[in-house]
Design a protein around this ligand. Structure first.
Ligand code: N2P
Length: 345
């Protein structure tokens, strides 16, 4: 009898213990808001396998799209992937959480050249993901005249054979570069100067695409493109007829990073993800699929010679390179300007 009572009591205890055990085991998640075609599925799956944390992914195609969704959307994202000028803006607005650096020991693998950069001088808020440039891809099987800069692309001989990024800040910076004006000098006067240039350039564009500008070049829909360097690197890998030219007038060099927005519901998981992608053997997987300039020195050591020799990923020489800075409210004026010219028939 005593034994039966004991068994009964134990069963009851186990039954009441189950729900709280179930709660403790609640599925861990990470809400990742990142650029499209930038985070390999293989890396996400590897992270889930190692940590049990499920990753929910949402993509964007520009910093401006990310920013407006982030600022409108409450605190649903754990990890975002802004470029340098957007990190600067988010720090100013106090929208980023300081990282707990002790949770990210793999930071030691980064090339110091890519850390503590002007947009985050103490390296408190962001960890570099990939760097790169914006430059010109030329299908040399089709284009026989020399292409050295933006002016050659839009000389009028390649009308409707051009793909460009669908990114107003980028587009205006190219026009300003032809005038020798800095991409960070977006004053109303300078925007006026950019206007007539854009009015002759934009009708020559066939495709606007920030997600996969390589596609129009691969399909043969266009012969020239102004694209992210990683896209150019993929094209070169596929076919050496696609050459990459850093525009003589000057090019944008970007540093895209991971950062945690204030109020992120799963900050610890975000730091786990950052630490995971900083492992050299994980970071090379990113380079394999999206061949931008890898800021992880230990991962670069693991790249194959043909990856390191890709001129779009690791340009042997560069003309003037400029990094974007936060331009505050002028971003809206730029967008208005480009949208209005695009809309002209
Ligand atoms: C990747 C986009 C790279 C963003 N698809 C460049 N800042």
């Amino acid at each position: 009898m005593k034994i039966i009572r004991l068994i009964l009591a134990l069963t009851l205890l186990a039954a009441t213990a189950v729900p709280s055990y179930g709660q403790a085991k609640k599925k861990q998640v990470l809400n990742l808001f990142c650029w499209s075609e930038y985070v390999p599925q293989e890396v996400i799956d590897g992270f889930t396998k190692e940590t049990g944390i499920k990753v929910n992914t949402e993509n964007y195609a520009s910093n401006e799209e990310m920013l407006s969704k982030l600022l409108a959307g409450g605190s649903k994202y754990d990890l975002i992937q802004p470029s340098e000028y957007t990190i600067e803006a988010l720090i100013k607005k106090e929208k980023l959480d300081a990282l707990t650096l002790e949770n990210i020991p793999n930071l030691k693998n980064l090339d110091p050249k890519f850390t503590k950069m002007p947009h985050d001088p103490e390296g408190k808020y962001s960890v570099p993901w990939m760097a790169g440039t914006v430059g010109i891809v030329v299908n040399t099987a089709k284009v026989k005249t020399p292409i050295t800069g933006y002016k050659d692309v839009f000389a009028g001989t390649h009308k409707r054979r051009i793909v460009v990024l669908n990114d107003s800040r980028e587009i205006v910076s190219w026009a300003l570069a032809t005038l020798g004006i800095s991409a960070n000098d977006m004053t109303p006067e300078n925007l006026e100067k950019a206007k007539p240039i854009l009015a002759t350039w934009l009708p020559q564009v066939k495709v606007y695409d920030s997600d996969s500008p390589k596609t129009a070049l691969l399909n043969g829909d266009v012969d020239l493109g102004i694209v992210w360097s990683g896209e150019a690197a993929i094209l070169w890998k596929k076919n050496k007829k696609f050459s990459y030219v850093l525009p003589a007038e000057g090019a944008h060099q970007f540093i895209d990073s991971l950062a945690i927005p204030k109020g992120a519901p799963n900050k610890g998981n975000a730091e786990k993800f950052i630490n995971y992608i900083l492992k050299p053997e994980v970071s090379v997987l990113i380079s394999g699929e999206f061949p931008y300039t890898n800021p992880n020195a230990e991962a670069v050591k693991l790249l194959k010679p043909e990856q390191r020799d890709n001129p779009a990923s690791y340009p042997p020489s560069a003309p003037k390179l400029e990094t974007f800075k936060d331009i505050g409210a002028a971003a809206k004026d730029i967008d208005k300007l480009v949208t209005a010219i695009k809309g002209r028939k």
